[in-house]
Design a protein around this ligand. Structure first.
Ligand code: SF4
Length: 310
């Protein structure tokens, strides 16, 4: 059997020889038997298995056995494996047996699933998977209908039910840039955290057209996500004007301290997940920093938010 491996992961495993500026700290793999999802922003939607891409990453194919051998040869190259999947109910049993092989390695393994697969998510956690990422992606019913073409009334309650049971092992993937206002986006982040889950935040990568979000807005929602997960702010205590986040209940030096040297602007999600170059090309400013920020990078990130000083 073959499996797709992200280009950066393949370099770390020695399957591809190329230089890389920032190495992934999780092994990203892709299992896709033809995704029946219709996400507007995805190059693999509607069963387009010919596309080698997911987000802006290339995923060359290798023999599973060879990949498993590389992953388990000491010193272990990765402390986490993330098995990303295309949504296809017909391949669920194959997915389970594949996941079983990763569980057997003893390396913490995450899997990403569709919001239509909350029952499967529970089953896979029981099988020994460490965490599950759920691709909710859109933050409100209208953007969910437009960009995911799925039923919010069915999927959101099912996700809340999953969070109530195993929320500490669920990362809900949200994409900023699909048309949700900062206020709607932050409200959804709050609801997910109140439900018991965590957020894995992405910026829209316009592989199918559209525009990436402005950095100022993205930095504000990143800061909100971080402060909210740390229980330092709640959405009701923040100020918004016309849907734009204009202020936190903390400001100045207190806000900078709470953003922890810029950790707020790093990739969020499962432990060790840094997803380099998912949202930008090498050399471009990072939406999600895959490594600690330098002091000038942190200063610039805070300044670009252009929050009202209180
Ligand atoms: S947060 Fe990272 S490791 Fe976890 S499921 Fe999402 S992509 Fe995978």
């Amino acid at each position: 059997m073959k499996i797709r491996v992200s280009y950066g992961t393949a370099i770390v495993l020695g399957l591809v020889h190329a230089r890389q500026d920032v190495a992934p700290t999780t092994a990203y793999l892709l299992f896709d038997r033809g995704c029946i999802g219709q996400c507007s922003f995805c190059s693999r939607a509607n069963g387009n298995v010919r596309s080698q891409k997911l987000s802006r990453i290339i995923w060359p194919e290798f023999e599973l056995e060879q990949v498993l051998e590389k992953l388990t040869t000491p010193p272990l190259p990765f402390a986490r494996i993330c098995l990303q999947t295309g949504y296809n109910p017909e391949s669920e049993s194959e997915l389970k047996s594949l996941a079983q092989q990763f569980v057997k390695t003893g390396i913490a393994t995450s899997v990403t699933l569709s919001p239509s697969q909350t029952l499967l998510a529970g089953e896979m956690l029981e099988m020994g998977l460490d965490h599950v990422g759920i691709g909710l992606d859109a933050a409100s019913p209208p953007t969910y209908a437009t960009h995911k073409k799925k039923n919010w009334q069915q999927d959101w309650p099912a996700l809340l039910d999953l969070l109530s049971k195993v929320g500490d092992r669920i990362e809900v993937h949200l994409i900023f840039g699909l048309g949700d206002s900062e206020e709607a986006f932050c409200q959804r982040i709050q609801a997910i955290i109140d439900g018991g889950g965590k957020i894995s935040l992405f910026a829209l990568t316009p592989v199918n057209g559209g525009n990436p979000p402005e950095f100022a807005a993205y930095r504000r929602v990143q800061a909100f996500r971080f402060l909210c997960e740390k229980q330092k702010v709640r959405v009701d205590d923040c100020q918004f004007a016309d849907g734009r986040l204009t202020g936190f209940p903390i400001a100045g030096a207190n806000l900078c301290e709470a953003l922890e040297n810029g950790d707020a602007f790093r990739t969020s999600g499962c432990g060790n997940c840094n997803r380099p170059y998912y949202n930008e090309r090498p050399g471009q400013l990072f939406y999600n920093y895959p490594r600690p920020l330098s002091s000038p990078e942190f200063t610039a990130a805070v300044e670009v938010m252009a929050l009202a000083d209180r």
